[in-house]
Ligand binder design. Structure first.
Ligand code: HEM
Length: 525
């Protein structure tokens, strides 16, 4: 399996080259582990995952992936902090909410998502400063893989430039004035999509509601960004999105890339051939979508600008012609990042509503009571729907965890024991753990109960589905609007029955269901 992955990554290489690469990588990892095993404990007061003799946590990391290793760390000790040594990397899980908020509030001079500022090169004893893409950096960060696949974007940027970009995004997606203008489009796309589920029939069985819901999101993005509903529903988009997520969630691409950089087999910052293929597909999709936009702009010269143009104009671009870098970067992020967050919220809501007829009845009564919907009604006059969607994001946070890389030595002041975080340490923050731990949410933490959010978000409890601190989400309000409008439209039109198979969560780069979720829809009379 490992050799297959390598073959796929290094592509076109002869099997003997791949076998040598696998062997070389393991020797390299062994060397790194040995050097770290003989060094002193990275965090003396903090519980450490022992893992295997000599190899430490390496086998667990490569077998189970980053997400599961992180969840194992959350079970160690009582302090809300634990760590593992993976090769020369110290992976620290901070899963106490107060400490997690402290980490997320660090400025990007102290912690960012990039790989480390100082590192000891393999064949030298001199400590050098180096950054992302430096040939001597051995990196584990999934964001590193994302950057090679999508090119640089807001996830990597730091300092004033990042803050400026955040301002542009927030004004476009998290702002009521801007979202009210998008409402009509959201309702139109939702209505058309819901209608198409059953078509002219009275009932239909959907093989995978996740796919249908993702498809709604892709249709919506196509319409909102480029003025053409089918701009992003091309099968290639879903395939490329899945491939990006698969690679970002696997430790292998980062390990392989670091290994190749160290031995000069790939140029710093350049994607390897299989990654270059994905980038080429994204570029191709981008060019096609810009053509859709230009066609739309030519045919509708007096209509309000489409969202990708609006981002570009806010970034200093013109009302026609080439898009700015920020808008181009968003178009690339959107290929992988826009569908699952909306789709997964819709999927989990249907799963939970099926299990709780009392909650469904109360929601249907709220929907009936409001009559025709508009932006203000959906966002401010439907407290029960809002509570349901927030509770879904607590129990099933689409982004189950994030990470920060320490750039500058710092003390974790909210920890009772003295803890000093050192440059290069990877700090993992499990939103999923903090959202579902009985320690913070009581004995019913694992149960779906929208009443928890009826009076808004309780600030005394950890809720970080959209991040927290300096780099929280810049687009979730638009996403939640889309989720709510779709659910209202769907429930106004059909009764539904979710089949029980695959309705359990599976921890991956994103939190997903364990497989396809089948749903039957019956038209209401
Ligand atoms: C329900 C939907 C969504 C969820 C659950 C979600 C979740 C998150 C979370 C947890 C983070 C913080 C990650 C971290 O701390 O490292 C984040 C950041 C981000 N989100 Fe979202 N998101 C959603 C929708 C969106 C949408 C629609 C957009 C696009 C407009 C978007 C764009 C971003 C960007 C660009 C960042 C990085 C911000 C920065 O680094 O300054 N998200 N999101």
């Amino acid at each position: 399996m490992i050799a297959e992955f390598f073959q796929e990554c290094v592509m076109d290489s002869a099997p003997s080259v791949v076998a040598t690469a696998v062997l070389g990588l393991f020797m390299y990892l062994g060397f790194l582990t040995l050097t770290s095993a003989v060094s002193e404990a990275a965090l003396p007061n903090v519980p450490k995952l022992k893992g295997y003799p000599v190899l430490g946590a390496i086998p667990i990391y490569f077998r189970d992936g980053m997400a599961l290793l992180l969840e194992t760390l959350t079970t160690l000790g009582e302090d809300g902090i634990a760590y593992a040594q993976v090769g020369n990397k110290t992976l620290v899980s901070v899963h106490d909410p107060v400490m997690a908020k402290e980490v997320l509030a660090f400025t990007d001079k102290i912690a960012s998502r990039q790989e480390p500022c100082s590192y000891e090169p393999l064949f030298s004893t001199k400590l050098t400063r180096c950054r992302l893409g430096d040939p001597r950096v051995f990196s584990w960060s999934p964001f590193w893989t994302l950057t090679r696949l999508l090119d640089r974007n807001l996830f990597d940027d730091v300092g004033h430039e990042a803050m400026r970009q955040r301002g542009v995004y927030i004004r476009e997606f998290n702002n009521p004035t801007s979202n009210v203008g998008k409402f009509e489009g959201v309702l139109r796309v939702a209505t058309e999509h819901v209608k198409a589920i059953v078509g002219d029939a009275d009932a239909a069985r959907i093989g995978d509601i996740r796919h249908a819901a993702d498809n709604f999101a892709a249709t919506l993005w196509g319409d909102t960004l480029y003025g053409r509903s089918d701009a992003l529903t091309d099968d290639r988009v879903m395939r490329v999105a899945d491939e990006i997520l698969r690679r970002a969630g696997s430790p292998w691409p980062s390990a392989l890339y670091s290994f190749m950089l160290t031995f000069g087999l790939v140029e710093a910052g350049k994607p390897i051939p299989s990654e270059a293929r994905i980038r080429a597909e994204i570029e191709d999709l981008y060019k096609k979508n810009v053509q859709h936009l230009e066609n739309y702009e030519r045919s509708n010269p007096d209509s309000p600008v489409k969202t990708i143009r609006s981002l570009s104009v806010a970034d200093g671009g013109k009302r026609t012609g080439p898009l700015t870098i920020l808008a181009t970067q968003f178009a690339r992020i959107n290929v992988f990042g826009g569908h699952h967050s909306i789709g997964s919220n819709i999927t989990w809501t249907l799963i939970e509503l099926q299990k709780r007829p009392d909650v469904l009845a109360k929601l249907l009564a709220e929907i009936e009571s409001i009559g025709e919907i508009d932006f203000t009604t959906v966002t401010t006059k439907m407290p029960y729907l809002n509570a349901i969607v927030m509770e879904i994001n607590r129990l099933y946070p689409t982004v189950p965890a994030t990470l920060r890389v320490i750039e500058r030595e710092t003390r974790l002041v909210s920890c009772k024991k003295p803890v000093v975080l050192k440059p290069g340490m990877l700090i993992y923050l499990s939103y999923l753990h903090m959202h579902t731990s009985p320690k913070y949410w009581g004995p019913t933490a694992g149960e779906f109960d929208p009443n928890r959010f009826l009076n808004g978000v309780d600030k005394s409890k950890p809720f970080m589905a959209f991040g927290s601190g300096t780099r929280d989400c810049v687009g979730y309000k638009f996403a939640l609007l889309a989720v709510k409008v779709y659910l209202i439209t769907l429930l106004q039109t059909y009764r539904f029955k979710v089949e029980e198979d695959n309705c359990t969560p599976k921890l991956n780069t994103l939190l997903e269901t364990s497989g396809p979720v089948k749903v039957e829809f019956f038209r209401k009379t």
